[in-house]
Ligand binder design. Structure first.
Ligand code: BGC
Length: 748
């Protein structure tokens, strides 16, 4: 069908109506022209298709669907292929459920561990976020189903999420909060993108032309439609449309549709603005309609197994002093209610009506496992009798596995966490069991990070995150070593909440402004720079085998920033079992004159190695790997100088390094003024010659000759002196008009 011809047949009222939903989940289409309405659904870690009563908080039931591990869990896989595969599976299921768009992935940056929605987000690192999101999107869209990349942008808190103002400087926005979106948009062309609820530097995302049009479309080449988060459209619908926010959800907001009609009629908005939005929405809808396959069948059992595989590839082994893997012949006590009723998904719009859930207890039904709940889920208060029962059960076994975490009441979309602690009854259970049973392992089920005051008292910790509906089977796969753990943390676990860089500003002020004052120093970028001890660093995770890195090589030692650099490193499995390793590549510039992180993740590869096997892993680095965002030229820029390339097992475990000299090709013309310092002027040959002479003649230089012993300090003082001061201190020795003449030559 010819899109332009369809639009030409639509009335003004029909076009305005098409720019908001038909109802909570359906899109308006010109049905009289033979285009049926289509449905969209959450996302991102399973399908939440609400056939009956609709809501955006996950309250009402949806059709049964496979619940996959949440973003925070799956990101720890550091596995692009897994993300693509999971996207394909979800896209396939969307075809079966007749959904045109899956509302995800959610890629906001984890600024604070308190964000109630961190469980849905991928990482504190924009590179990892962008790479994984890109693959997920390519997977979903390979099935001719669209995604909605969300929530654009700087939406890193749930507190006052619908009104707060994220005040972020341009460089931080570009390097941290937009970079993941940018990679995903450029690398996978999402069919739609969802704008967030919040304001960004004073302007609501839905009205933010700079974000929705100038950056998203003009710079990054986005060509789909922008949909509002549910209820994010402001009272000024015309302004939203003009900014580039095409589709308002949910529908049907007759008053807003009317605003659009009126604006065209009274000439305040050109009809072409409306036509453009209609064209964008319809073209995505037609892309789906032209390729729908309603006869598709979902194999729920096969998908359950996929969920199990993803979970086992993602969960992170944080501590193991040799207690793991467990042996099947051991007498094992499972304690903690989560062993029986696991927490495996988050609350809110991503909540899935799971097809089936496998608990650890169920997965262990053929083993010698005893069980005691140890706490009740509905309360945080320790129950002495339940703890005593759990302690007895633990004592009578060879090993105790304690299942604890954070409850739904403490962590969800819609509100933030209050602390990093687990509920008191979970903490008390771990402490009591660890005292009674020296062989204690803890399995944590939680969407984000926690503090672990009991860490030294237990022998192993497996971080299951929110592992999806097959969580129990996946946990056992790892505990017994049927699968070798390979997950690495996609976020830093600080020792205390107070150590987090956003701690002082996170909840904003009385004007509802949340200032992102820590700037680019988010996650490991901050902890590394401050040299702070952390509980577990970004990129950390153990395996049942060991890996050795060697021979890091770079294909050149000097290059221009328009070249690419090939980096290779050898990795060998030096242990006794097969295993997977996430090889991480960081880049840093130790002598940078720019305020920037010590190192930033610029590459990663997950490889599998048999015992004794060695592989060479290669990476290609281009300009962006060395660049920072320079606000005075509104562009990415490389500072000339020496960069260190680090191949690492985690952000705090650098295995090998190499260096490369990178020369910037960005010509930045400096404008010299009377306030330019001597040091700046001396960077130019003309300046070096003239100012060098002036300095030699300066009384300050004489003073130094007089042996006052100011040496190096004096030289610094002179270098930092502005031209106007140098002239003034020079007195009669500086001819009149000398400064102006010098500036003329410097700026010529
Ligand atoms: C959430 C979105 C979700 C939408 C529809 C909103 O409250 O922020 O992520 O896609 O509801 O359920």
């Amino acid at each position: 069908m010819d899109l332009k011809a369809i639009i030409a047949q639509m009335t003004l009222e029909e076009k305005a109506a098409l720019c908001s939903g038909k109802d909570f989940w359906h899109l308006e289409t010109p049905e009289r022209l033979g285009i049926p309405s289509v449905m969209v659904s959450d996302g991102p870690c399973g399908i939440r298709k609400q056939a009956d009563a609709a809501d955006h908080l996950g309250l009402n039931a949806s059709v049964p669907a496979t619940s996959y591990p949440t973003g925070s869990c799956m990101a720890c896989s550091f596995d692009r292929d897994l993300f693509r595969e999971s996207g394909e599976t979800l896209g396939h299921a969307c075809q079966a459920e007749e959904l045109a768009v899956l509302l995800g992935p959610a890629v906001n940056i984890k600024r604070s561990p308190l964000c109630g929605r961190n469980f849905e987000y991928l990482s504190e690192d924009p590179y990892l976020t962008g790479e994984l999101a890109k693959n997920y999107i390519n997977g979903v869209q390979s099935q001719n189903i669209g995604v909605s990349l969300k929530h654009y942008a700087a939406n890193s808190q749930e507190y006052n999420r619908m009104s707060s103002d994220s005040v972020v400087d341009e460089r931080t926005l570009r390097e941290i909060y937009l970079a993941g979106f940018e990679t995903a948009v450029k690398g996978s062309k999402p069919w739609t993108i969802m704008c967030s609820y919040n304001r960004i530097n004073g302007t609501f995302a839905a009205e933010n032309k700079r974000l929705l049009t100038d950056i998203l479309r003009d710079e990054w080449g986005f060509d789909g439609y922008v949909v509002s988060d549910w209820g994010a459209t402001t009272a000024d619908r015309v302004k939203c449309l003009e900014a580039g926010m095409d589709l308002e959800m949910p529908g049907k907001n007759a008053a807003n549709d009317k605003q659009l009609v009126e604006a065209v009629k009274n000439g305040t908005m050109d009809e072409s603005v409306l036509d453009t939005a209609v064209e964008r929405i319809l073209s995505v809808t037609l892309k789906y309609l032209d390729n729908r396959k309603p006869e598709t069948v979902i194999d729920f059992e096969a998908d359950h197994e996929k969920a199990r595989k993803i979970a086992a590839e993602s969960m992170v082994l944080l501590k193991n002093d040799g207690i793991l893997p467990l042996k099947r012949e051991q007498k094992i006590a499972f304690v903690g209610k989560f062993a029986e009723a696991p927490r495996f998904q988050g609350g809110g719009s991503s909540h899935v009506n799971s097809y089936k859930v496998t608990s650890a207890l169920e997965a262990a039904k053929d083993l010698r496992v005893t069980y005691a709940p140890g706490y009740a889920i509905e309360t945080a208060e320790p129950d002495d009798a339940m703890i005593a029962e759990a302690v007895e059960t633990a004592k009578n076994a060879d090993v105790a596995v304690v299942f604890v975490g954070i409850t739904d009441a403490m962590e969800s979309e819609g509100f933030d966490r209050k602390s990093l602690s687990m509920p008191k009854n979970h903490e008390a259970l771990v402490e009591a069991v660890a005292k009674a049973q020296k062989n204690t392992v803890v399995v944590v089920m939680c969407g984000g990070c926690i503090t672990m005051p009991w860490l030294d008292d237990v022998r192993g910790v497996l971080y299951a995150y929110l592992g999806g509906e097959a969580v129990g089977a996946a946990t056992l796969d790892l505990l017994f070593g049927d699968v070798n753990p390979s997950g690495k943390l996609a976020e830093t676990f600080p020792r205390r909440l107070e150590d987090n860089p956003s701690y002082l500003y996170y909840f904003g002020d009385e004007q509802n402004k949340t200032e992102y004052r820590e700037g680019v120093f988010v996650g490991y970028r901050y902890y590394d720079k401050k040299n702070l001890d952390v509980l577990f660093p970004f990129g950390y995770g153990l395996s049942y085998t060991t890996f050795e890195y060697s021979d890091l090589t770079v294909d050149k030692t000097a290059m221009q920033d328009t070249d690419t650099l090939t980096v290779s490193v050898k990795v060998k499995n030096t242990g006794a079992v097969k295993g997977k390793e996430v090889v991480q590549l960081y880049v840093g510039m130790p002598k940078s004159r720019t305020i920037r992180p010590d190192k930033e993740l610029r590459g990663f590869e997950k490889i599998e190695l048999e015992p004794g096997e060695e592989k060479t892993v290669s990476f290609t680095l281009s300009k962006r790997a060395f660049a920072y965002y320079r606000t005075d030229i509104s562009d990415w820029c490389v500072e000339s100088g020496e960069y260190v390339i680090m191949a690492a097992k985690s952000s705090r475990d650098i295995a090998c390094t190499a260096t490369v000299q990178v020369e910037s090709t960005t010509a930045i013309k400096r404008v010299y003024t009377m306030n330019s310092t001597v040091e700046e002027i001396m960077e130019s040959p003309v300046g070096r010659e003239i100012v060098g002479k002036m300095m030699a003649a300066s009384p300050l230089a004489q003073m130094d000759d007089d042996g006052l012993g100011m040496g190096e300090g004096m030289e610094r003082m002179m270098m930092e002196m502005p031209l106007r001061a140098l002239i003034s201190f020079g007195g009669d020795s500086v001819p009149e008009g000398m400064g102006e003449m010098l500036l003329q030559q410097l700026n010529a």
